[in-house]
Design a protein around this ligand. Structure first.
Ligand code: NAG
Length: 231
């Protein structure tokens, strides 16, 4: 019995040496190279036969940087290592919509790239209870875009969609923290400052005029009290 337990422990111990990094997960860690891909500590020699080589450095690639040069180009230029991404034959994972800024009639969006091969991005938005409207297709270097023609004082669901030849990334209801969608509200139309200032000035003038008129009438009454007139 003791021997069996000992044997089991030995097998378990040996199995530790068989560990392989898991495949890329669906939930990428943005702005960071996913922990599963530790290029500084490549798998044991068992899995990488051949003479030992020095690991090239990681590419200076930012998932969230607007007009980021594609990592494949950085790799071609300097031989650096890119983070692992799914290939062009797989529909992209959803990008992470980081921020939505709204004005009365427009909105701008900032997002981060997914760990996928992306051909183009598109911002899609719909008012509460309405249909999706698609912005223009943007190439894979984009991380910022803006739309116009929104209605003031209206709630919208904004979604960023990544596409390649195999398909498009899914959208959701905007509830997920690093998800592809967010709810944003355009502010109600404000009265222009000029109108507000003109209104205040008119009120002030009216106040002064009525104060003067009141003062003038009272003085006239005092100077000519009733009954003292027409002697
Ligand atoms: C993406 O679009 C920008 C702006 O239109 C352009 O400067 C850039 O060359 C394009 N990049 C690619 C890879 O098509």
């Amino acid at each position: 019995m003791h021997f069996l337990i000992w044997l089991f422990k030995l097998l378990w111990f040996l199995s530790l040496f068989c560990y392989r990094p898991p495949p890329p997960t669906a939930e990428p860690s943005f702005g960071d190279y996913s922990e599963e891909y530790d290029y500084n500590h490549p798998p044991t020699k068992l899995h990488t036969p051949g003479p030992p080589r020095l690991s090239p450095p990681l590419c200076d690639y930012d998932f969230c940087q607007h007009l980021q040069v594609p990592c494949s180009e950085l790799r071609r230029a300097s031989g650096c290592l890119c983070p692992g991404v799914s290939g062009p034959g797989v529909a992209p994972e959803p990008p992470s919509l980081r921020a939505i800024h709204t004005t009365e009639t427009g909105a701008s969006a900032h997002w981060c790239a997914p760990l996928s091969t992306v051909e183009s991005y598109q911002l899609r938005y719909r008012p509460a209870g309405g249909d999706f409207v698609s912005g223009p297709a943007l190439n894979s270097t984009f991380r910022l875009t803006a739309v116009t023609g929104l209605s003031p004082g209206q709630e919208y669901l904004f979604c960023i969609v990544a596409s390649n030849w195999a398909g498009s990334s899914p959208t959701d209801d905007g509830g997920r923290e690093h998800g592809p969608c967010r709810v944003g509200r355009t502010p109600s139309r404000q009265m222009p400052y000029a109108y507000v200032a003109a209104g205040l000035a008119a009120a002030l003038v009216l106040l002064v005029v009525s104060a003067l008129a009141w003062h003038f009438l009272c003085r006239r009454k005092k100077r000519f009290p009733r009954g003292a007139r027409g002697e």
